[in-house]
Design a protein around this ligand. Structure first.
Ligand code: AOF
Ligand code: ZN
Length: 376
C-alpha cells in the first residue's frame, strides 16, 4: 500500500518552515525521500545560514536508501554552483527515481533548469503539487526575487477599538500571555523585526525572541531612527543579536548626524543611511529596497503607528497579524495606526481575512493585502 503523494508534500512543507527566519537570503525549503510507497528514508530542510540545502540534508540522512526513492521538494532543486554544488547533481548521483516539486525557483540561475536537468537524467518529474502552500511559504523569497524587497508583515496588538496605549501611554500589556507567546514565535519566524524610534524610546523593547529553546532564533533588530536618537543604553542594542539603525541620508549618502552614528556604531549597531521622502524621513520603498539588498526576505513590523501608516500609504503591508484584546479604550487612547489622511472609503487600504484563532482571552487574525490572497 502506498500513501498518497500530497501527504509527503505536506510533510516536506512542514519541514521547510523550520528554516523561516534563519536561512535568508535563501528560501526555506523542505525535502522528504520516500521508498516503497510509504517509507520515509530521509528528511531535510535548508539549514541555518542557507546551506546545506534541504535536498542535501535529506540525501545525507537516507544514504544508500535514496536509490530508487521519490523526492518531495517544496522548491525546484537548484542547478547552479553556488556556495554548494547543485542539488540536482546530488539527486542524480544518488539515483533518485522520481521528483515531485511544488514550485519552480525564480532565481535566474535556476528558473526551470533544475527540472530540465533532472528530466534529462531520466528522473520522472512532476511539478505543482502543493503549489499554493509553497507559494505562501516562500512568499518572502519570491517577493525579494521579484521586487527586491522583503515580504512585510505588520503585527498589531490592540484593544477592540484599535488602540495600543492609554492617553498616559501605558501599554503593557494590552494582550495576554498566550498572544504574546505567539508574537515571540513570529519574531523567530522572521529574518528581521522593525520598530520606529518612537516605539524604541517609549517601550525600550529588546526585540529578541525569548521563547524557551529558541533564543538563538532572534531576528535582526531594526530601528527606523531618522535623526539617530536611539540612546546607547537602549535594550535593542544589548546582547549579540545584530541591530541595524536606519537613518536619513544626507544628499551625499552619509548619516545626517555623524557624531551620533559613531556613538551607535561603537555600541555594535550598523548604521544604514536611507534616501529620504518629502518629510525628511526614510522613504518607505527605499527603506525596504535597502533591506532586500541586504538579503532580508521576511520582515516583521512591530510598531509604532506612524511607521505602520507610512508603509500602509505606500501599499507596502503584505500581511497584517492582528491580536485583539477584549478591552476598550475610547478615543483618547493611542491609535495602532496613525493618520492615513483618507477622505474616501474607496481609498482605504484593503485586506482579506485568511484565518482567525482564539489565543487565550484574545483573538489572533491573519489578513493579507487585497489582491495577494491567492498568493499568500
Ligand atoms: C535548493 N534547496 O534548500 C535551497 C535552494 O547561495 P546558494 O548556493 O545557497 O544558492 C542560493 C540559491 O539556491 C537561492 O537563491 C535559491 O535559488 C536556491 N535555494 N535550492 O535546491 C534549498 N535553499
Ligand atoms: Zn540546492
Amino acid at each position: 500500500m502506498s500513501a498518497p503523494d500530497p501527504i509527503f508534500m505536506e510533510i516536506a512543507l512542514t519541514l521547510g518552515r523550520r528554516g523561516w527566519g534563519r536561512v535568508w537570503p535563501n528560501p526555506a525549503v523542505g525535502c522528504v525521500l520516500v521508498r516503497d510507497g510509504w517509507r520515509i528514508v530521509g528528511r531535510g530542510w535548508t539549514q541555518p545560514g542557507g546551506y546545506p540545502h534541504a535536498e542535501i540534508e535529506a540525501l545525507r540522512r537516507a544514504g544508500r536508501l535514496a536509490a530508487g526513492a521519490t523526492a518531495y521538494v517544496t522548491l525546484e532543486p537548484c542547478s547552479h554552483h553556488g556556495r554548494t554544488p547543485p542539488c540536482t547533481d546530488s539527486l542524480i548521483a544518488a539515483r533518485v527515481a522520481r521528483a515531485i516539486v511544488a514550485l519552480t525557483d525564480p532565481d535566474s540561475r535556476v528558473n526551470g533548469q533544475g527540472l530540465a536537468r533532472l528530466r534529462e537524467a531520466g528522473i520522472e518529474v512532476m511539478l505543482g503539487m502543493g503549489m499554493a502552500e509553497a507559494r505562501a511559504d516562500h512568499a518572502g523569497f519570491l517577493m525579494r526575487v521579484a521586487e527586491g524587497r522583503p515580504l512585510v508583515t505588520l503585527k498589531l496588538a490592540t484593544t477592540l477599538d484599535g488602540h495600543i496605549a492609554t492617553y498616559t501611554k501605558e501599554s503593557r500589556w494590552i494582550t495576554g500571555q498566550t498572544a504574546r507567546t505567539h508574537a515571540h514565535r513570529m519574531r523567530a519566524e522572521h529574518d528581521a523585526v522593525m520598530v520606529s524610534i518612537e516605539t524604541a524610546l517609549a517601550d525600550d523593547p529588546d526585540l529578541t525572541c525569548r521563547l524557551p529553546g529558541r533564543s538563538d532564533h532572534s531576528p535582526v533588530r531594526i530601528v527606523v531612527d531618522s535623526r539617530l536618537r536611539l540612546p546607547c543604553q537602549a535594550k535593542a542594542l544589548a546582547g549579540k543579536v545584530p541591530t541595524w539603525v536606519l537613518c536619513s541620508a544626507k544628499p551625499q549618502g552619509t548619516p545626517a548626524n555623524a557624531h551620533a552614528a559613531e556613538r551607535l556604531h561603537a555600541r555594535g549597531a550598523e548604521i544604514m543611511p536611507i534616501e529620504v521622502d518629502t518629510t525628511g524621513r526614510p522613504h518607505p520603498p527605499a527603506l525596504l529596497k535597502a533591506l532586500g539588498a541586504r538579503g532580508i526576505t521576511r520582515l516583521l513590523v512591530e510598531g509604532g503607528g506612524k511607521l505602520a501608516s507610512s508603509l500602509l500609504q505606500y501599499g507596502l503591508v503584505d500581511r497584517l497579524m492582528l491580536f485583539q484584546a477584549p478591552k476598550l479604550m475610547g478615543s483618547d487612547g493611542v491609535p495602532a495606526v496613525a493618520s492615513l489622511g483618507l477622505e474616501r472609503l474607496s481609498t482605504c487600504p484593503l485586506f482579506t481575512r485568511v484565518w482567525t484563532m482564539p489565543v487565550g482571552e484574545d483573538l489572533m487574525t491573519l489578513y493579507v493585502r487585497k489582491g495577494l490572497q491567492d498568493i499568500l
